[in-house]
Design a protein around this ligand. Structure first.
Ligand code: ZN
Length: 578
């Protein structure tokens, strides 16, 4: 392919709104072009990489027997109402109406569609187990689309769904996908961690997230070097501190003027923050978005609240809870903003972190302006409507499995797999006849790969100051032949000879024969990150060219035959492992 005949518009500078290096490089290298917030055109170079990632995903899905099909973007609302997610999904579900006023949504995921399909398509145990997938553009109406393809509103995703007769065979299907995902992300050249994850709005019992390690990732991960425990911070269990054993003191109110924060009051009373109880107030909403319940959460003063654990404990969707207006809430429940404690509240759900069980002589708000209580004892003075772990496992906290201090890191979520169990098959009444003629619910799993996000994650991990450094497996082209002087007949003849020889071997070649200064061509080659650069210049007449890998700084003068052999061998080795 001759670049002079193709479109490529690289930029020296990225627009200000692109904060992440990976986002800047995608724009500068002309891979994507923004059309609206979180919505992009994939330009020719970018789309080649999208297709290569898709193809890797496809090959690994096919290898484990998952069948490819293609389901529609526009999903009838009825299906989503059947599963309950029309309400539970919240404002991220992109809702549309047809001309007759019928409700639809643009699919963010396809559990409903596939369950409905299988219900009508398969009836006997004889077909089990089976799994389907498609690679489809998905929609999610993000409140704040940002960071390029990391948080887009339209994105390419592979979603697969498995159908099994029982939990054991579901586990087999789940593990087959797990291993396929390892193959996929290895082949994409990513450094990643597999962590236990929360099931979130998808539902089900178990989940693993595949997270590409990145300083700018939006997934907070926690892991233990000692025992290998790894989870998202949202999901990670905490090991509760053992309460200090001491005599219960009497409960008493103390005057603590103007001490609205935990730090203020502990400072004022000269007590350890671990002897204080922090209160956080929320209001939940019903599916009509009317206020439903006030919620008061109590955790130890030095702990952070884990919102995912809280919504799971309350069994409300994430979008149906927010911080309460403390004045309005106070009139109903007796709380006093800045001075809220667990004693004497009414008309609200109290959630108490499990670590407070057994604690004595704590300090908490007195539900009275400028006052706190001392000598607060769990059990004697208060309990909770819900008592469970709702705190964040912080860096340095003991590992829930082995007790060693845990570490935090960040990642870009590129894949997630879920055991759904019978959640969708039950809510949508999707059954098969077993050997005895009984109707049974399917045990389902679902498995997603963010294809376009994976592209950005790869760039995030493979770049330098000059641009992208694509792994061979996903590079838009494998080799760029840079012609120093395209008007020189000998140089062009050698370039074309190399191009033809490599293409015959299945190597993808782009020839930069543009009428540009060599410096511009080298800069573009580095920016778009083609793995091998073969430069044809003044030694062309002697049959010699310069051979350089994008990921290495040195270059060598070699014969054109050797350049062809080396490029061919590299591509074969890195794509096919031989
Ligand atoms: Zn551990």
């Amino acid at each position: 392919m001759k670049l002079s005949k193709k479109h490529l518009k690289t930029l020296k500078e990225a627009p200000n709104e692109a904060q992440l290096v990976s986002h800047q490089l995608m724009i500068r290298a002309n891979l994507i072009k923004k059309e609206a917030a979180g919505i992009y055109t994939y330009m020719p170079m970018g789309y080649r990489t999208v297709r290569k990632i898709s193809q890797i995903v496809r090959e690994e899905m096919d290898k484990i027997g998952t069948q490819e099909l293609y389901m529609p973007h526009a999903n009838p609302a009825e299906l989503w109402k059947e599963s309950g997610r029309w309400y539970a999904y919240g404002p991220e579900l992109w809702r549309i109406k047809d001309r007759n006023g019928r409700d639809f949504c643009l699919a963010p995921t396809c559990e409903e569609m596939i369950t409905d399909l299988v219900k009508n398509e398969v009836s006997s145990y004889k077909e089990l187990p089976f799994a389907f997938y498609h690679i489809q553009w998905k929609f999610r109406d993000e409140a704040r689309p940002r960071y390029g393809l990391m948080r887009g509103r339209e994105f390419l995703m592979k979603d697969a769904y498995s159908f099994d007769k029982d939990p054991e065979t579901l586990h087999e299907a789940y593990m087959a996908q797990y291993h396929a995902y390892e193959e996929i992300f290895d082949r994409c050249g990513l450094t990643y961690r597999v962590v236990e994850a929360d099931n979130g709005p998808i539902g089900g019992s178990n989940s693993h997230e595949f997270s590409a390690l990145s300083d700018v990732g939006e997934s907070d991960l926690v892991y233990c070097e000692n025992c290998g425990m790894a989870a998202t911070v949202e999901r990670a269990e905490c090991r509760d501190d053992v309460p200090v054993q001491e005599e219960m003191e009497e409960l008493r109110a103390v005057f603590t003027p103007g001490t609205k924060t935990i730090a203020d009051v502990c400072d004022y009373l000269k007590i350890d923050v671990k002897k204080s109880i922090k209160a956080l107030m929320f209001v939940t909403y019903d599916i009509e978005l009317n206020p439903a319940d006030y919620v008061c959460v109590f955790i130890r003063g030095d702990r952070e609240l884990n919102m995912i654990k809280l919504v799971n404990a309350l069994d409300v969707p994430e979008h149906y809870i927010e911080f309460a207006d403390e004045e309005e809430m106070g009139a109903e429940t007796g709380i006093v903003g800045g001075f809220t404690g667990p004693i004497g509240l009414k008309n609200c759900i109290t959630v108490v972190d499990s670590e407070l069980v057994g604690t004595v002589n704590m300090c908490a708000g007195a539900n009275q302006e400028d006052h706190h209580m001392l000598g607060v004892c769990y059990g004697r003075d208060y309990t909770g409507d819900i008592v469970t772990d709702v705190k964040v496992l912080a860096e340095g906290d003991p590992c829930p499995h082995c007790g060693q201090p845990v570490k935090h890191t960040k990642g870009i979520e590129v894949g997630q797999i879920f055991k759904l169990g019978t959640k969708y098959s039950e809510s949508m009444n999707c059954t098969f006849k077993d050997e005895d003629g009984q109707d049974k619910f399917y045990w389902m799993g679902c498995y997603g790969v963010g294809v376009t996000r994976t592209m950005q994650a790869i760039i995030d991990q493979h770049n330098d100051k000059d641009g992208i450094i694509w792994p061979v497996s996903v590079a838009p082209y494998h080799v760029i032949v840079t012609v120093i002087n395209p008007k020189d007949i000998v140089q062009m003849a050698v370039a074309e000879e190399i191009e033809a020889a490599l293409e015959k071997q299945g190597v993808e070649v782009i020839v930069d024969d543009r009428d540009e200064r060599p410096g511009v061509k080298f800069k573009d080659a580095d920016l778009i990150g083609i793995p091998v650069r073969i430069t044809v210049g003044k030694f062309a007449a002697e049959g010699k060219v310069e051979y350089k890998l994008r990921r290495e700084s040195n270059h060598e003068l070699v014969t054109k035959e050797e350049a062809i052999d080396r490029a061919n061998a590299l591509v074969k080795a890195e794509i096919y492992g031989k």
